[in-house]
Design a protein around this ligand. Structure first.
Ligand code: NAP
Ligand code: MG
Length: 401
């Protein structure tokens, strides 16, 4: 059979540890036999990031802006332990943080629903999609460890020299300080991305912040959303028969637990980080969730929402068998390939992505799965497969289809 041809390269961002092993297996077993895969390769593995003083991460983000679609493997965000493990020159920043800051935009995360894996929350009948603002707040913070007594102030100096000044705290002893920011431009594009996604998928949109406590910062998010909604989207939402609903974050959390699903939950950066892990694991597993960063300029970066699965990697290094779930990483590839197909008008590529996703879900529904799913499935006949044999089983299903 002739391989599917591509015209524009995908930006391929390789990563670390167990997910790097899965990455290669997925390419070898599920992609290269069927596609004349065209990628521009960037090695975001920690060793090479260290070697290039993290330039490779910046280059990969620039390439994404140029070509429009990227697929990213999970990567290590260095901490103190990684400094010595990898003998790092510096505690390099989170690649996700760097890429998101360069591309701006919103991360959409949707659980992958499969028969035999029921959500822990019984009333969740449909997926809940999380829309996470991918710029600013605590991810772009400036922090000070306050050594002792003194006055902390928040100062803004305008271009014309005028100052706005507020006292944060009069310290009587040691403590901590944090400065965070966001921009109206980024919040506006976050809001528009959410409204557009709701219209595209015909789902209600929920948004929540802590505006009762944060009367300027969070309130600004609420006001911008409301303003944009009334000016540009209210009529379209009515026509589509969907709703925009704002509430306090605590109220949203309580309501989500009682809801049926089938809506988009827009969250500020930190809330989205935390809540997407809760939602995905309640739907089954961290590895059963798709994640895509959509930038306001129409650039897409597909990734898995989970990390590099370090514990499994250390087992793998010792020669022990692992049973790591590759579904999220496979769906990152299919998401990127489908989008590339859409943009370049290559229907075979779109059809391939659909079929590979089907084959993946069908494999699980036939009882062949990794350990994380086997522990929670309601299916009776289950075969627990190794990382490698699960990918091979998907290939068999695909070829039989
Ligand atoms: P993790 O890699 O998400 O793994 C945490 C645990 O969740 C695993 O030990 C495993 O549980 C389970 N798990 C996650 N993904 C799984 C999969 N595909 N299949 C089966 N089980 C899975 O988080 P971490 O161990 O806290 O972080 C490891 C590294 O990943 C860190 O260096 C962190 O910086 C990085 N990280 C990267 C990203 C990203 O690039 N997007 C996101 C988060 C973290 P069991 O051990 O119980 O089997
Ligand atoms: Mg996270």
């Amino acid at each position: 059979m002739e391989k599917i041809k591509m015209t524009t390269p995908l930006v391929e961002m390789d990563g670390d540890e167990m997910t790097r092993i899965l990455w290669q297996m997925i390419k070898d077993e599920l992609l290269l036999p069927f596609i004349d895969l065209k990628t521009e390769y960037y090695d975001l593995g920690l060793e090479y990031r260290n070697e290039t003083n993290d330039q490779v991460t910046i280059d990969s983000a620039e390439a994404t802006k140029k070509y429009g679609v990227a697929v990213k493997c999970a990567t290590i965000t260095p901490n103190a332990a990684r400094m010595s493990e990898y003998n790092l020159k510096e505690m390099w920043k989170s690649p996700n943080g760097t890429i998101r800051a360069a591309l701006d935009g919103t991360v959409f995360r949707t659980p992958i629903i499969v028969k035999g894996i029921e959500p822990c929350v019984k009333n969740w009948e449909k997926p809940i999609t999380l829309a996470r603002h991918a710029y600013g707040d605590v991810y772009k913070n400036t922090e000070i460890k306050v050594p002792g007594p003194g006055k902390a102030e928040l100062v803004f100096t305008g271009e014309d020299g005028t100052q706005i000044k507020e006292t944060i705290h009069n310290f009587t002893g040691s403590g901590i300080l944090q400065g965070i920011h966001n921009t109206d431009k980024s919040i506006t594009s976050f809001a528009k991305a959410c409204f557009n996604y709701a219209l595209d998928t015909k789902q209600d949109l929920w948004f929540a912040t802590k505006d009762t406590i944060s009367k300027k910062y969070d309130h600004n998010f609420k006001d911008l959303f409301q303003d944009i909604y009334e000016k540009e989207y209210e009529e379209k939402f009515k026509q589509a028969g969907i709703e925009y609903f704002y509430t306090l974050i605590d109220d949203a959390v309580a309501r989500v637990m009682k809801a049926k699903g089938g809506f988009i939950w827009a969250c500020k950066n930190y809330d989205g980080d935390v809540m997407s892990d809760m939602v995905s694991s309640a739907f089954g597993s961290l590895a059963m969730m798709t994640s895509v960063l959509v930038s306001p300029s129409g650039v897409y970066e597909y990734e898995a929402a989970h990390g590099t699965v370090q514990r499994h990697y250390y087992k793998h290094l010792k020669g022990e068998e692992t049973s790591t779930n590759s579904v999220a990483t496979i769906f990152a590839w299919t998401g990127a390939l489908r989008k590339r197909g859409e943009l370049d008008g290559i229907q075979e590529l779109e059809a391939f992505a659909d079929k590979l996703e089907h084959a993946t879900l069908q494999t699980i529904e036939s009882g062949k799965m990794t350990k994380d799913l086997a522990l929670i499935t309601s299916l009776k006949e289950v075969t627990v497969l190794s990382s490698e044999n699960f990918i091979k089983a998907i290939r068999e299903t695909y070829e039989a289809m």
